[in-house]
Design a protein around this ligand. Structure first.
Ligand code: ADP
Length: 748
């Protein structure tokens, strides 16, 4: 369809990807391009990074040019490194090519190098314009009108190394690749009782290595920000030998590519292997290399990159004469100064190069440092020495409700960090049934060694809510085991169990101990927490299934209606729709009316008629509407879509729940588990007997009294307030249907 707009364009922007490619760059490109077209800008792609900018490899983009790319890895507009652009002469030619198309707004998706390049061009631009005008290469009017270049960045870097942003485009997908590889290596290593040294990317930043170690349960981790002790090789040897004696069959040693020792000498897989060989330990090396950069973007990367792309355009649209980048702070998309962000990132790199790892580590923040220390404890083969004569508190851990992926990492952390704090950890098997039937045992350190990669709950969970008559038996079991505190990990079923225990306090003093609940539900519907363990795995399962469903279309024009879980929370539906470029998303929070459906089917039919499109996608939460069911919607679109498309429906069902936990779920589970066990140990030590739930707001964990749970929006009160992700819901439809079609079908 023609992209001629009724009014004159408001300006022209160019967008490029540069430096190392990263999965999610295409989603970012789509988000940025379509937001700019919506705002009536002309949009140009610069192909092959700065090299293409100097060569004049620039072409206008229309709505359709960024269709069907959200799920692709790499970058469809190409990227390159350019030494010419580092010279003023190269940038002069770059400025000339931009001015030829009357472009004075530039979006760069790239790492700190690419963003520095953009800043250099912006700073010099007025001078370059003067020079081009003086040489007669551009008309004086162009020189007058386009004197300044505005620059916005989106951080494309699998290394997650930008200090001012909690995440960068591609880092989560790279972690997916690494963790998949580590899971695969684990099974062969287990069979042969082998030690593997795995080198991962990350340049100057240890993020990928650290997170991969936490997610996989590695027994060694070398990162630039925390160099090992001088006798690291002896310590590693001891850890491997003691581990073997304790029954450990797998040793994964993760090395970041920028790792160094305390004398600032490079440490790599070969050096570690040789050091182990000198100590009679055989090991194998796997260098993951470019596998980490490639492949499909994860669901998280698709969502975040889309939002980063939109924000990058918004930065330019807001105006101002300094350059900014789209970033994530406190789990919210925002903008920050490009120069200062790059300067801080560079300073961390320079500190490392100079052997000052502490400055680099501090720059990564407190939470990151905490994770470094947690990893150090988790990879031990036994708890640190006990204090003789000190009474050991006993902490129970139970998983209840429907088990969500990642729960095992939480339990593993609770067992090890609990034991490391001097406590005994009592594992309650089979959830509520285990409480009732006294199926419990004291954990030993090596028990959860390889649990991270398993879905479900290794302890066993269950949705049984004990009856009043059961409580005396449960109390007797608490008494027999002399429990001092309890951590419950669960969904609504688990939270109901917690309620039951607490409401029985006045009859059974055994329940008068501190208790802490950790949210774990694929639906992400528990009050008080923006995140619950398992929802990221479910989201990836959905997005993966939708990719397959969409790819099943050959020549037919087809619309898919996909029903996803979520109970009364639209979180999964909304994020899945954003990540897969769906046209419509129906959630319980915003009940769809018949008028809405009528509008949507007319609009989609027009989109098929006017655009060159082959598929349409509707994501519907399982409880989006009592009467407008998935069947109803599929029949309606089939009947009203006429000859433009046919309709298939897919109810994804339990596949959303199963599977190997995603890196995010494993890492967050470690955070939640540690937070719970640390607070519980403190409460026990201080004689506090309250009950609490853990929540997560703007990325921060907090603990709240259980009595306050009802103050937070919950699904049955219809949320009583806006959920954080609802801000992003608007983007779904806006990015999927051409504004010219939308203008013809204004929403009533
Ligand atoms: P990344 O963007 O992934 O960090 P690089 O550091 O290789 O990748 O940078 C990509 C490109 O950005 C370089 O090839 C170069 O053209 C340009 N660039 C990087 N730094 C500068 C700079 N200081 N001045 C001008 N251009 C730069």
């Amino acid at each position: 369809m023609s992209d001629k707009t009724s009014s004159r364009p408001r300006g022209a922007i160019a967008i490029m990807t540069s430096g190392g490619d990263a999965p999610g760059m295409n989603a970012c490109l789509r988000g940025c391009v379509r937001t700019a077209l919506e705002a009536n800008y002309r949009v140009f792609a610069i192909y092959e990074g700065y090299q293409g900018l100097i060569a004049g490899n620039i072409g206008e983009l229309k709505w359709d040019n960024v269709a069907n790319i959200i799920h692709l890895g790499g970058t469809v507009i190409g990227t390159a490194r350019s030494s010419e652009f580092r010279e003023r002469s190269g940038r002069l030619q770059a400025a000339y090519n931009l001015l030829k198309h009357q472009i004075d707004k530039l979006v760069v998706i790239g790492g700190d190098g690419s963003l520095s390049g953009a800043e250099a061009l912006r700073e010099e631009f007025p001078g370059l314009v003067d020079e081009l005008a003086a040489a007669g290469r551009i008309p004086p009017e162009t020189a007058r009108k386009f004197r300044n270049l505005s620059v916005a960045g989106a951080i494309g870097s699998i290394d997650n190394d930008m200090i001012d942003s909690e995440v960068t485009i591609g880092a989560d997908s790279a972690l997916h690749r690494i963790v998949e590889a580590l899971d695969a290596i684990t099974s062969t290593a287990y069979s042969h009782q082998r030690t593997f040294i795995i080198e991962v990317m990350g340049r100057n930043c240890g993020h990928l290595a650290l997170m991969a170690a936490l997610a996989s349960g590695a027994s060694g981790c070398f990162i630039p920000e925390a160099p090992p002790e001088e006798d690291w090789a002896d310590q590693l040897q001891k850890n491997i030998l003691d581990g073997a004696a304790a029954g450990r069959r797998v040793n994964l040693i993760i090395v970041a590519e920028g790792a160094r020792d305390r004398k600032n000498n490079k440490l790599d897989a070969r050096i570690i292997k040789d050091a182990l060989a000198e100590r009679s330990i055989d090991s194998r090396i796997t260098i993951l290399g470019h596998v980490q950069r490639g492949g499909v973007p994860s669901a998280y990367d698709r969502c975040m990159s889309t939002l980063f792309g939109m924000e990058a355009f918004n930065i330019l649209a807001r105006g101002g004469d300094t350059s900014s980048i789209a970033c994530l702070q406190q789990n919210r998309i925002t903008a920050t100064g490009l120069t200062s962000a790059v300067a801080k990132t560079r300073a961390a790199g320079q500190a490392l190069a100079a052997g000052d790892h502490q400055t680099a580590a501090m720059a990564r923040g407190d939470e990151w440092l905490r994770m470094v220390n947690i990893q150090k404890t988790l990879m031990r083969i036994s708890p640190p020495g006990e204090e003789p004569g000190k009474k050991r508190p006993r902490i129970g851990v139970v998983t209840a409700g429907r088990a969500a992926a990642g729960v095992n990492s939480a339990v593993r952390t609770i067992i090890r960090m609990g034991m490391a704090s001097g406590a005994e950890v009592l594992c309650i098997e089979e959830g509520p049934v285990g409480l009732l039937e006294n199926k419990m045992h004291l954990a030993h350190w090596m028990e959860p060694e390889l649990w991270n990669a398993f879905g479900g709950s290794r302890l066993g969970a269950g949705r049984y809510t004990p009856r009043r008559g059961d409580m005396a038996r449960i109390a007797a079991n608490f008494r027999q085991w002399q429990l001092d505190g309890l951590i419950l990990i669960g969904d609504w079923g688990g939270y109901r169990l917690m309620n039951k225990l607490l409401s029985s306090k006045r009859y059974h003093k055994e329940f008068n101990i501190p208790m802490i609940a950790i949210p774990a539900s694929i639906n992400n519907d528990l009050p008080g927490s923006e995140y619950s363990i398992g929802c990221d795995t479910a989201l990836n399962n959905i997005v993966d299934a939708v990719d397959k469903i969409r790819n099943s279309t050959d020549t037919a024009k087809r619309t898919y209606v996909v029903e996803v879980m979520g109970r009364y929370s639209g979180y999964l539906a909304c994020c899945a729709a954003l990540a897969s470029g769906a046209e419509y998303c129906y959630t319980p929070e915003k009940p769809v009316s018949l008028d809405d459906l009528r509008h949507d089917v007319q609009e989609l039919t027009a989109a098929f008629r006017l655009e060159n499109r082959h598929t349409g996608l509707i994501i519907r939460n399982e409880n989006a509407h009592k009467d407008y069911t998935t069947n109803f919607i599929a029949s309606l679109f089939e009947a009203e879509g006429g000859s433009e498309f046919d309709v298939r429906k897919a109810v994804l069902g339990p596949l959303q729940q199963g599977g190997v936990p995603s890196p995010i779920d494993r890492i967050q589970a470690v955070r939640f588990g540690y937070f719970a066990v640390r607070n519980l140990a403190e409460a026990i030590a201080m004689g506090i007997r309250g009950s609490y739930f853990i929540g997560c707001e703007k990325g921060e964990l907090f603990m709240q009294k259980w009595e306050n749970l009802h103050k937070y929006p919950d699904p049955w009160q219809h949320f009583g307030g806006k959920r954080w992700w609802q801000d992003y819901e608007k983007a779904i439809h806006k990015l999927a249907i051409n504004p010219q079609v939308r203008q013809k079908y204004p929403k009533g």
